[in-house]
Every structure is written in structure tokens, then in C-alpha cells.
Design a binder for this molecule. Sequence first.
Ligand code: NAP
Ligand code: MG
Length: 402
Amino acid sequence: MDKIKMNVPLVEMDGDEMTRIIWQQIKDILLLPYVDLKTEYFDLGLKNRDLTNDQVTIDSANRTKELGVAVKCATITPNAQRMTEYNLKQMWKSPNGTIRAILDGTVFRAPIMINGINPFVSCWKKPITIARHAYGDVYRDSEMRIEGAAKVEILVTYPDGTTKTQEIFDFKDSGVVLGMHNTDKSITAFARSCFTYALDIKQSLWFATKDTISKTYDHRFKDIFAEIYENEFKAKFEEAGIEYFYTLIDDAVARIMKCEGGILWACKNYDGDVMSDMLASANGSLAMMTSVLVSPDGKYEYEAAHGTVTRHYYRYLNGENTSTNPVATLFAWTGALRKRAQLDGLNELERFADLLEESTIATIESGTITGDLKNLLDVPVKTVVNTEEFLKAVATTLESKL
Ligand code: NAP
Ligand code: MG
């Protein structure tokens, strides 16, 4: 069989630890034998980020703006322990944070549904997709420790020199402060991506903030969503038979636990971070959760929702057999290839991405699985295999479909 052709390269962002190992295995076992893979490679592994003073992360994001589609491996966000482990020059920022700040846009996360894996929340019959606002708030904040008594104020300086101050707190003793921001532009883009995506997947959109407490900050989000809905999307939503529903974040959480799924849930940055992990766990495994960042001007970055699976990596370094689930990372690749195929009109490549996903699901449903799914999958016969064996089993299924 001739290898499937590509025109425009994907931006390939390599990463760290166990997922870096899996990255190469996916390419070797499931992509390179079938696709004449074109990528522009950026090594976002922590060692290289340190070597390039994190320039590689910025370059990869800027290249994504030009080429349109990226696929990203999970990466370490350094903390104090990583500083010593990797002998870092600096505690580099989260690569995902940097990329999101450059691309803006929204992260959509959805579980990969498998026959035989039932969500822990028994009323969830259809997937719940979470849209996480990918810009600002606590992820781009400025924080300070206050040592002893101090009056803390916000100072705003306009270009014409006029200023405005507002008291935050009059400290009688030590404490902490935090300043954060968001922009109308980013919130507007977030709202538009959410309404557009809801129409794409024909699911109702829920949005929630804490506007009763945060009467200016969160209220701004609520107002922008309402305005864009009224002006641009209301008619289209009615035509599609879906609705836009706004409520308070605590009410939304309560309702989510009682709904049947099949909705798109728009969350502010922090809510989306936390709630997507809750959703992923309730659906069984973080390793069965897809994630895509969509910028307002239609650039896509696909990745897995989980991290670098450090605990497995240390076992792997000790020569132990690891059964890490590669599905979310594999679906990042298929998502990126499918999007590239759609943009470039490559039917064969699109079909390949579909078949590879179908083969992965079929392999799991037939009982060949990684360790994390052992207690979740309800089928008569289960065989737990290591990561490489799993990918080879998917390849066998794929061969039979090609
Ligand atoms: P993690 O890598 O997601 O792993 C947490 C635990 O979840 C694992 O120890 C494992 O549980 C389970 N798990 C996650 N993915 C799995 C998979 N594919 N197959 C099987 N089990 C899986 O989170 P973490 O340990 O908190 O973070 C590790 C590193 O990843 C950190 O340096 C962090 O900065 C980074 N991180 C990166 C991203 C990203 O790049 N998007 C996101 C989150 C975290 P068991 O050990 O019980 O098997
Ligand atoms: Mg999280």
C-alpha cells in the first residue's frame, strides 16, 4: 500500500516522561507505516525548554498560528522539585499556559465513550463536553506576599495619565494578595467559540460564573455571553433546537450531576481546569479524555487531557513493564490529522484518522486493554497488555479495516 500523502505539515510539539515514550511508539507503530507524515518538529521536553530559555515553546505556538494545526504531547510544568531534578535555569511557565496565551481561544474536552465503560454518574448517558476558557484569570495573575501591616490598592493608569485607585485590603498583619485580569476581546472570542461549537455538535450550551459574588468581574462574562447570544446566535440555536442556559457555577455543578449529558458546558479558566478532571475521572480514566484548543481565528491544537504520567515513567526507568494508556495521546494525533485533512481536502487522510479511532475503540471493546481500564471495562474476557502491545493490537485491528 502506498503511504497516505499530506500537503501542509502539522506542528508537532514533543513533550516529557512517559508520554514522550508513548509519542514515539504511536508514530512508529500506527502512523509512519501508513502515512507519509509531514510535521514541523518542536521539542518541548523540559531539557530543551531550559536550553532554549523556553523560546521553543513560543516558536511552536507562533508556527501554529501560521500552519493552523498542532499536535502536542504532555509536558512537565516545573515546580521546586523539578528545578533540582532537571537542574533548571529558571522555573519555566506552563507550556500550555504560554501556548494558550499566544493562541487565545477555548479548550474543548470530551470523554471517549466506550461500550462497556459506564460513567460513575449513572444518569450520564451521553458525553458532556467541557469548554474551558484558555486565557487569563488566575493563570496569568500577579501575586505578592504582604509582610506585615500594609494598605493594598489597585492602581490603574490610562494613556492620558489619569489614574484610578481602589482599595483591596487594609492589612493589619502579613498576608497575600493576587491581581488578575481578563479582556473583553478574549471573553468575546470564548463566547463565540462556544456558541459556534455548540451549533457544530448540535448540543445545548450551559455557562456559569459566580456573578452574585463577583459583581463586576464575573458579571462581565455573563453580559458578554448574553449579548453575543442575542445578537448572533439566538435564531440559529432555535433553528437547531438547542438552547443557551446561564446559571451560577454551584447550581451548574449540581445540575450536571443530575443531567443525562449531551451538552456543552462552558467554564471559566479555573472552573474548566477543575471540572474537566472531575468529568474525566467520573468517566473512568483521564487517559480517555480528548482535548483541543480552538483559537477564535480557527487554529487548532490537539492534546491529551492528562499529564506526563510521572509515576509510570519512574517505573519504566527502573526497567519495569508499564501499561500506560496511550488512547488520549493517539486521539490527539487522529484529531490533528483529521483537521489537517479537512482543511487540505485530503479524503484518504480523513478516512485514515476515522479508521484509526474506530480500531482503537474496537480493540478496547474486544477486551484488549491497558491496566487503568481493568476495573472499568465490563466485558466477558479482558487481557491487560503493556502500552506497546496495546498499540500493536490496534495496528492489527487497523490492518483488518484498511
Ligand atoms: P498525570 O500525568 O495526568 O498522572 C496522574 C495519574 O493519573 C497517574 O499517576 C496515573 O495514575 C493516572 N494517569 C494519567 N494518565 C494516564 C494514562 N495515560 N494511563 C494510565 N494512567 C494515567 O498527572 P500528574 O502526575 O499530576 O502530573 C505529572 C506531570 O504532568 C507534572 O509534571 C505536570 O506538570 C504535568 N502535566 C502536564 C499536563 C499537560 O501537558 N497538558 C497536564 C497535567 C499535568 P496511577 O499512577 O494511579 O496509575
Ligand atoms: Mg487540571
